[in-house]
Design a protein around this ligand. Structure first.
Ligand code: CAO
Length: 537
């Protein structure tokens, strides 16, 4: 056994690149090529694969770090003898493959490599268009590469059957790197073949990224699309779209950074055909029909003509949560139920224990009790603790109860998750909330802290509000909004008495939970908060 330090490989010209995800933890057994971390530059997202398999014994980076070539990522315990230079060479040279005998008319295997791509050293692979087993013709596109100035396709210099593919989306490649191994029928040279004699990669100008400020999108274009010249699509996808008689400008991309894939083109054309068949032809692309999501394009307004303005860049978290909230708002048919919980007794109990808790370093706010009450309600009404399966065919009911708590931070909203909330006491939950809120505000939460939630609570109780309509945090199916408690007159036994009432707002995914079940669940939370003794049942 030997310990090897796995470092950041050559990542081109970039220095101090954002770590957006760490995919391994101490104790993980990983295989060669398993992704270790995901990095993001302003132009691309790339994964760093493990150069060999082994057991992770230390992880030196976390999400939010910035790393450069040579920085240590993990310590890996690998089998066999320690190497004299215990540093991995992550971007290893293409291994020299046993070369096939050259027999005229017999099959031979050839490495197809990246041809001369001009002045570029390492460029991004944005799309690998072939897979093992594919039969390809000469000139068929193999990969699409992207520099900051151009997108280019590398065509195959020969016809044959693909035996193996050595690169994947997100890799960086340079002249001579092996793309794939091809079994050809003609035999001939078994040398590594630069992709095409005539094979200058086909270059297409990279999309201009900044639209004209004054440009106004036609009302007919869906807001998710940008103009043809702005669409993020490789030359072959543009050609494919043209062949089907459509324009990439109309097609929303589902690939990384909104890239348009072949499947996107097919889906778009299919939806147009269906619209035509159903008599609403053309509506999908916009028009006055009002069907579907034929939204008007966002208005482009020069606000400075009306007064002084200041532009503030959105943080990465702002942008990620905006995209998630938008999807959740559009895709989930929401209903929101409201109720007030009488927390008079709970608050008396909380206040009586506040100092005791403080002596143990715990600030006891109503939220810890609310988390506990919700955990109990989730175990009693388990359908709420579920997610729709990706194919929409079934409901996945989770046997664990992990409650996310929305935390307001200077960088935006974050949702750390209190794991196994049903098994924890109120003190422990309060501790978790303080720990998460502190780390969230210091930007120290890890990806793991925010994963695995089964339900979310968003509390504005410390700030105010009497009610609000929170947005369900997909793939969860419900979220509880908590507003500020207030003393209100409640009619009990023939007279009005002052009681401390806590307003609750429960938003539901109506595809999964109907109003009756939602009301049952909300009543259960209210009952748990009103009578804390229920929590020990
Ligand atoms: N009613 C009345 N008072 C409340 C209350 C409620 N529902 N909830 C909290 N309070 C009180 C607390 O007791 C505390 O008072 P004291 O300091 O006198 O004890 C005060 O309000 C502040 O509480 P807090 O906010 O520090 O603590 P918390 O446990 O209630 O919440 C956290 C922690 C991290 C959830 C909260 O600080 C936060 O970030 N909330 C924002 C959530 C958010 O933005 N949601 C998104 C809404 S939709 O976009």
């Amino acid at each position: 056994m030997a310990i090897e330090k796995i470092k950041v490989p050559d990542i081109g010209d970039y220095d101090k690149v954002d770590v957006i995800e760490v995919m391994v933890s101490v104790g993980d057994e990983i295989n060669e090529e398993d992704p270790i971390i995901s990095l993001e530059t302003d132009k691309a997202t790339m994964e760093v694969p493990a150069p060999k398999g082994g057991k992770v014994v230390a992880v030196s980076v976390k999400e939010g770090d910035k790393v450069s070539e040579g920085d240590i990522l993990i310590d890996l315990e690998v089998g066999g003898e320690a190497e004299s230079e215990p540093e991995s060479e992550p971007e290893s040279e293409p291994k020299s493959e046993p070369k096939a005998e050259s027999k005229s008319g017999a099959s031979a295997q050839e490495d197809i490599v990246i041809p001369d791509i001009g002045d570029y050293d390492k460029v991004d692979v944005i799309e690998v268009m072939v897979s093992v087993g594919d039969e390809i013709n000469e000139e068929d596109p193999l990969v699409s590469l992207e520099t900051d100035k151009a997108t280019m396709e590398v065509p195959s210099p020969k016809a044959g059957k693909i035996i193996s593919v050595s690169i994947k989306d997100g890799d960086k490649v340079g002249k001579g790197d092996v793309i794939l191994k091809l079994e050809t029928q003609s035999g001939g040279s078994v040398e590594s073949v630069e992709s095409g004699d005539s094979s200058e990669p086909k270059v297409e100008k990279a999309p201009e990224k900044t639209p004209e400020k004054s440009e106004t999108k036609p009302a007919s274009s869906p807001s998710v699309s940008s103009g043809s010249e702005l669409a993020h699509a490789s030359p072959s996808i543009r050609r494919f779209a043209r062949e089907l008689g459509t324009d990439v400008a109309n097609i929303p991309g589902s690939g990384p950074k909104g890239r348009i894939t072949q499947e996107d083109v097919q889906k778009y054309v299919k939806s147009k055909m269906q619209a035509i068949e159903s008599g609403s032809g053309g509506v999908v692309a916009g028009g006055a029909g009002g069907a579907g999501l034929n939204l008007l394009a966002d208005p482009v307004v020069d606000f400075s003509q009306f007064g002084e303005v200041e532009e503030e860049k959105l943080s990465r978290i702002n942008k990620i949560s905006a995209a998630n909230l938008h999807r959740n708002w559009v895709k989930i048919p929401h209903i929101t139920l409201f109720d007030d919980a009488d927390i008079t007794d709970m608050d008396t109990f909380r206040k009586a224990n506040k100092q005791v808790a403080l002596d143990q370093g715990v600030k006891l706010t109503p939220l810890a009790f609310i988390v506990k009450a919700v955990a109990k309600a989730l175990s009693d009404v388990s359908r709420v603790n579920s997610s729709l399966s990706a194919d929409g065919e079934s409901l996945v009911i989770k046997k664990y109860i992990n409650i996310g708590v929305a935390v307001d931070t200077p960088a935006g909203l974050m949702v750390p998750v209190i794991k196994d909330a049903d098994k924890k006491g109120v003190y422990q939950i309060a501790k978790d909330i303080i720990d998460f809120a502190t780390r969230a505000r210091e930007g120290k939460l890890t990806g793991k802290d925010m994963k695995g939630g089964t339900f979310t609570i968003s509390s504005l109780g410390g700030l105010g509000t009497t009610a609000f309509t929170p947005i369900v945090n997909m793939p969860e199916v419900a979220i509880l909004g908590v507003s500020k408690s207030a003393n209100k007159p409640v009619y009990i036994d023939g007279e009005f008495v002052p009681r401390l009432m806590l307003p609750l707002s429960l938003s539901l995914d109506h595809r999964v939970i109907d109003g009756a079940l939602g009301a049952k669940f909300l009543s259960s939370i209210v009952a748990n908060l009103t009578d804390l003794k229920r929590l020990i049942l």
